[in-house]
Design a protein around this ligand. Structure first.
Ligand code: C5P
Length: 218
């Protein structure tokens, strides 16, 4: 079985996807990390605003992922970039790179390849709608804008980034807008996705809700 989890930034996808994968003994795949890795490459090469060169660069990058149920490491041309792809700069730039159709094609093919064995929880923005429209189960997580910004703010502080609360709120708003309004594979729930609002719920509570929906099909 392949389980798709989509939703906006800060909805709790990564935490919940890891917990769910460990409860089921499944693998876990964070697909945002693939877009982040290509964005890091574009930033390093100063190509963020040069669409054609960026597409060319993206097709020449070797991205590998090692993942278990609760940990994923990402390598860009052999270099471990797991931490480097989490900076606020990369977070902001990623939705610009992710709206380029050729980049999406590359990443979509990679995700399908990684998910083909099944027994996997895959999280992102377009997994249930575009990447794995035939996934056996689909969830769409949401939460209020303030709560999502709060989660990212706490995470950024833990990582030592000095982002003000206003900047954090704005960053999430901008990403929401960019991810939902792009022409290719915009963020939206699949018609057959189960929608879970995580605003006032702990990750464990969300996982319990999901497990109840999965009962009988495991
Ligand atoms: O999930 P995460 O915040 O790491 O994703 C970073 C960005 O990657 C998102 O804001 C979105 O622009 C892009 N993304 C995407 N499709 C996915 C996963 C992520 O467009 N399946």
């Amino acid at each position: 079985m392949r389980i798709a989890i989509d939703g906006p930034a800060g909805a709790g996808k990564s935490t919940v996807a890891k917990l769910l994968a460990s409860r089921l003994g499944y693998a876990y795949l964070d697909t945002g990390a693939l877009y982040r890795a290509l964005t890091l490459a574009a930033l390093k090469n100063g190509l963020l605003n040069d669409r054609n060169s960026l597409v060319q660069l993206a097709s020449s990058q070797e991205i590998t992922v090692t993942s278990t149920s609760n940990c994923q490491r990402v390598f860009l041309n052999g270099e471990d970039v797991t931490e480097a792809i989490r900076t606020p700069e990369v977070s902001c730039a990623t939705s610009l790179v992710a709206r380029i159709p050729e980049v999406r094609e590359l990443v979509t093919a990679k995700i399908r390849e990684l998910a083909q064995g099944g027994r996997i929880v895959v999280e992102g923005r377009d997994i249930g709608t575009v990447v794995l429209p035939d996934a056996e189960r689909k969830f769409y997580l949401t939460a209020s804008l303030e709560e999502r910004a709060r989660r990212h703010f706490r995470e950024a502080q833990k990582r030592g980034f000095t982002l003000s609360w206003e900047e954090q709120l704005r960053q999430i708003e901008v990403r929401d807008r960019q991810d939902s309004s792009r022409e290719v594979a915009p963020l939206k729930p699949a018609p057959d996705a189960i929608i879970v609002d995580t605003t006032d719920k702990t990750p464990d509570e969300v996982v319990e809700i999901m497990l109840r929906h999965l009962e009988g099909s495991l």
